[in-house]
Design a protein around this ligand. Structure first.
Ligand SMILES: Nc1nc2c(ncn2[C@@H]2O[C@H](COP(=O)(O)OP(=O)(O)OP(=O)(O)O)[C@@H](O)[C@H]2O)c(=O)[nH]1
Ligand SMILES: [Mg+2]
Length: 348
C-alpha cells in the first residue's frame, strides 16, 4: 500500500514540507483513521498547529502530513491544500465554514426511484456539488422499482443538461458496470444523498460483499434510518475510492449563498430586468418574471423552486445570525461580570 495509490501526488506538497504524507479515511471525535506508505493506522492532531495555529481541521479525503509513530498514534502536523471540497457552515459562527469531504474527483448525487425522487432536493444537491469543483454525476438508485426510468432521466436533463445520469440497482446489479468509467484506480468519488437512497447498498454491490451496514427504510414515509453515521473512505478492489456519507439531515446548514446564482442563473438574470427595482413579481407592469411565465420561457415549477430555495437560504442565514447574536450576548455578559468583579461589585 502506498499513499500514491490513494490518489496522492507531489502537487499536493508545499515547498519545504516536512513529514510523511497520509490520507484521512475516517474522522472520530479526537482520532483519525489514516493510510500512508506505512499502511493503515491512527493519528491525532498536533495541538500547536491546529488549536493554537490556524491549520484547517482535517476531514475525510484530506491529504495531511504526519510525524509517523510505529507504536502509537501518529501526529498530524499539516492539512495539505484541498483540490476539491464540500463545506458547511459551522454551528459556531466564530469558526465560519467547516469542510466535510475533500479531494474527490466525482460526486455521485443519488436519488432513488421511489418516493425520494424530488426535483427541489436534486437542485440543492446540484448547487452544493457545483461549488465543490468536482465532476457531478446523477445516480438514480433502485431502478428495479420502476418499469421505465426515462421520465426521470428527462427530469434530470431538464435541471442539469450538462450532467451525466445513470439508473442503477444494487439489488439486481443493473447499470453497475457503467459506473466503473468513473470508479477507476486512484480516483475518489463521494456518494451524496438522503438517508435511505441506497448509498451504502451501492457500496456493497460494487464491492460484491458487505462492507457497510444498510437498513430498511421506514415503510410509512420512505425515509431512511440514518444507518451510516460517519463519513468513510473505502478502496474498491480495483483501486478506486468511495467516500460513503451519512444521509444529510444537515443539508440546510450547508452554505447556500451564491448557489442561487449558479443553479438559477436564468431566473437571476430576469430579476435584474423588471421595470421597478422593488418589483414583487405579482402584478407590476414591466415585470420580467411575469412576462417570462406568460411566454413560457420560464416554467411555473422553476419559478416556485427558485422562490422556495431563496426563502430557505434566507432562513439559514437568519439562523446563523441568531447564533452570532447569542454568542455576542454571552461575550458581553462575561465582559460585564469581569468588569464588575474588577470593581469589587461582585465577589465569587
Ligand atoms: N429495491 C431496492 N432496494 C434497495 C436498493 N438499494 C438499496 N435498497 C434498500 O434501501 C434501504 C436503504 O439502503 P441503505 O444502503 O442503507 O441507504 P443509505 O443511503 O446508505 O442510508 P443512510 O446510511 O441512512 O444514509 C435498504 O433497505 C436497502 O435494502 C435497490 O437497488 N433496490
Ligand atoms: Mg448508508
Amino acid at each position: 500500500m502506498t499513499v500514491e495509490s490513494y490518489g496522492f501526488n507531489k502537487s499536493y506538497l508545499p515547498e519545504n514540507a516536512l513529514g510523511t504524507p497520509a490520507r484521512i479515511t475516517a474522522v472520530h471525535k479526537e482520532r483519525y483513521e489514516i493510510v500512508s506508505d506505512f499502511g493503515e493506522s491512527h493519528a491525532k492532531i498536533k495541538t500547536a498547529a491546529y488549536y493554537i495555529g490556524d491549520e484547517p481541521f482535517p476531514t475525510v479525503g484530506d491529504f495531511v502530513l504526519i510525524d509517523y509513530n510505529p507504536i502509537g498514534d501518529s501526529m498530524i502536523t499539516k492539512t495539505l491544500k484541498r483540490k476539491t471540497f464540500f463545506s458547511r457552515r459551522d454551528p459556531d459562527p466564530q469558526k465560519g465554514e467547516q469542510a466535510v469531504s475533500a479531494n474527490f474527483d466525482y460526486v455521485f448525487i443519488m436519488q432513488s426511484l421511489n418516493a425520494d425522487f424530488n426535483e427541489r432536493r436534486l437542485e440543492r444537491y446540484l448547487a452544493l456539488s457545483r461549488k465543490s469543483g468536482a465532476e457531478i454525476v446523477v445516480i438514480l438508485t433502485k431502478a428495479d422499482l420502476v418499469e421505465d426510468a426515462s421520465e426521470y432521466y428527462m427530469k434530470v436533463a431538464r435541471l442539469a443538461p450538462d450532467v451525466s445520469c445513470h439508473a442503477v440497482s444494487a439489488k439486481t446489479g443493473e447499470g453497475l458496470k457503467r459506473l466503473f468509467s468513473y470508479l477507476s484506480p486512484g480516483k475518489t468519488t463521494v456518494f451524496l444523498g438522503s438517508s435511505g437512497v441506497g448509498k451504502s447498498s451501492l457500496v456493497n454491490a460494487l464491492f460484491g460483499r458487505e462492507v457497510m451496514n444498510t437498513n430498511d427504510i421506514r415503510e410509512d414515509d420512505d425515509k431512511g434510518r440514518h444507518t451510516t453515521t460517519y463519513r468513510k473512505l473505502l478502496m474498491l478492489p480495483n483501486g478506486a475510492m468511495i467516500i460513503d456519507t451519512p444521509g444529510m439531515r444537515e443539508l440546510g446548514m450547508w452554505a447556500l449563498e451564491n448557489e442561487l446564482d449558479i443553479v438559477f442563473s436564468d431566473v437571476e438574470a430576469l430579476l435584474g430586468k423588471c421595470r421597478f427595482s422593488n418589483c414583487s413579481h405579482t402584478s407590476e407592469p414591466g415585470c420580467a418574471i411575469l412576462s417570462a411565465l406568460e411566454d413560457g420561457s420560464l416554467s411555473p415549477d422553476r419559478w416556485r423552486n427558485y422562490q422556495a430555495m431563496d426563502a430557505e437560504s434566507r432562513s439559514t442565514e437568519t439562523k446563523a445570525q441568531l447564533l452570532e447574536k447569542k454568542h455576542q450576548k454571552m461575550k458581553d455578559i462575561s465582559k460585564f461580570s469581569k468588569a464588575m468583579k474588577k470593581q469589587g461589585k461582585i465577589r465569587y
